[in-house]
Write a protein that binds this ligand. Structure first.
Ligand SMILES: *[C@@H]1O[C@H](CO)[C@@H](O)[C@H](O)[C@H]1NC(C)=O
Ligand SMILES: *[C@@H]1O[C@H](CO)[C@@H](O)[C@H](O)[C@H]1NC(C)=O
Length: 445
């Protein structure tokens, strides 16, 4: 014991000498380490917390679908105006891109999605959706409030800010590929890194989860019509039965995963829609089927798309039917897999660890859900993570896309402070290592 004690004394003395010799770098690094906790404390103060809650509830009451987020976008711009934050609008129809800081490099982006889902809210509460058939059931209302909250935090601590934080309020995450349109608008060309988050009902409040590399699957959607010839159900020889044809199509589609794909690729093909017929004694003219396909490699996704088309048309033909397939290339672009940058993962662990304690920063397994955040990551090193909301004393929360989905608003300060700290610390610590090819570099956005 005694000798151990001596060892510790020597270590402490050593630390003291190091601190003494390098007072500046050590106090700088302490200052950096304190930023996340300081931001969280600030975000939890009633002034900022209540403001975020108010914004989130106003958006929740008035949900708008992809590319129709006119009022949401207006609300965001009004708040940015009040904060004196400049922005570009419209970008990708309803999108807003805000700028805090010098307007000069380095640039780091934080992103929120704005759209709601076409579903009826079944939660009875004071701020229930006022629009029948539309609901914020994926937390995008909270995501917007968090990025606005982050803007306020960053602005209040502008003495810590180097370079520029770019606020991305994008339309149409739910299938519309709004992120792709933001990229195509060219507004993020010089951004060095981008961060995004999603609320998670199953992760405890005060915890976060992320991983380096592939995290969420790439995805595509398809719909097909199998056309036969309708007739009397008792005289099948006079009809061409699309129900049996479609049934065989669906069974054959299962073999794309079980027999053609590399099992280690973990692809998914799900037929989620099967519509045909109505009467019990009529063979219908046609059947409509549709579904989703997922994979972690873009090449697997492209291969699946090709084979889904071949199987549907080929198998329909076997049954004398005509099969046509639509992949909605325009409305629902193929989502790439969400792949987190390794260096940004380390940054996330450092920053979230300094804020929450490293034991609250969990590693997660990849999941087959998808996110259009992946479009940014195709162009810019990006990091996406999940933010815990679960507080058991408040009752079990339902999953995203459930009509009973609720937000634990206590998560808002965590999301806002994480966005603000990830961006601020990134600008202070990382981009010195990033170099752009000359032709890509402009000095402002
Ligand atoms: C399938 O398409 C071909 C060519 O357009 C047409 O001749 C045939 O009648 C169609 N068959 C069915 C079952 O619709
Ligand atoms: C969970 O909710 C209870 C009741 O509102 C609250 O007292 C507690 O602080 C919450 N827990 C966390 C971690 O915020």
């Amino acid at each position: 014991m005694a000798s151990l004690r001596w060892v510790s004394w020597i270590m402490i003395a050593h630390l003291f000498v190091l601190t003494f010799v390098y007072p500046d770098s050590s106090s700088d690094s302490n200052k950096l380490k304190e930023i996340p906790k300081k931001f969280l404390q600030f975000a939890k103060e009633p002034e900022l917390f209540d403001w975020m809650v108010g914004i989130r509830r106003r958006i929740h009451e008035n949900p708008e679908l992809g590319y129709e987020e006119f009022e949401t976008s207006k609300l965001i711009r009004t708040e940015l105006d009040k904060l004196g934050i400049s922005y570009k609008y419209p970008v990708a129809n309803t999108g807003v891109i805000g700028y805090i800081g010098s307007g000069q490099p380095p640039f780091v982006a934080i992103r929120a999605d704005m759209d709601a889902l076409a579903m009826q809210e079944l939660v009875e509460w004071e701020h229930k959706s006022k629009v029948p058939g539309k609901m914020h059931a994926c937390g995008h209302d909270a995501h917007v409030a968090m990025v606005l909250g982050a803007a306020k935090i960053i602005q209040k601590h502008s003495e810590e800010l180097k370079g520029t934080v770019v606020l991305v309020f994008q339309p149409a995450e739910e299938g519309g590929g709004g992120a792709k349109k933001i990229i195509e608008a060219g507004v993020l060309d010089n951004v060095n890194a981008i961060f995004g988050l999603h609320v998670a009902h199953y992760i405890p409040l005060g915890e976060v989860a992320g991983r380096p590399g592939p995290m969420l699957a790439g995805s595509g959607a398809f719909e097909a019509v199998i056309r036969g010839k309708g007739g009397h159900a008792a005289i099948p020889q006079h009809s061409i039965d699309p129900i049996v044809a479609a049934s065989n199509v669906i069974v054959s589609l299962q073999h794309l995963v079980s027999r053609e794909a590399d099992p280690l690729d973990s692809p998914v093909v799900t037929v989620a829609k099967f519509q045909g017929g109505g009467a019990l004694n009529v063979i219908p003219d046609s059947v409509a089927i549709g579904g989703t396909f997922r994979a972690f490699l873009k090449s697997s996704l492209i291969q699946l798309k090709q084979r889904i088309k071949e199987v549907i048309t080929g198998q329909a033909a076997v049954h004398r039917c005509n099969g046509t397939v639509d992949f909605f290339e325009i409305e629902i672009p193929l989502f790439p897999p969400t792949v987190n940058d390794n260096e940004l993962h380390e940054h996330f662990q450092n920053v979230a660890g300094d804020m929450l304690g490293i034991d609250k920063v969990k590693d997660m397994k990849p999941v087959m859900g998808s996110e259009d955040f992946s479009f940014y990551q195709e162009m810019i090193p990006g990091y996406f993570f999940f933010l815990g909301m679960n507080n058991e004393t408040l009752g079990q929360l339902d999953s995203a896309h459930s009509p009973y989905f609720r937000i634990n608003e206590d998560a808002l300060p965590y999301g806002a402070a994480l966005h603000a700290s990830l961006a601020t610390r990134y600008l202070l610590e990382l981009p010195s290592q990033v170099t752009f090819p000359d032709e890509k570099r402009h000095d402002e956005l």
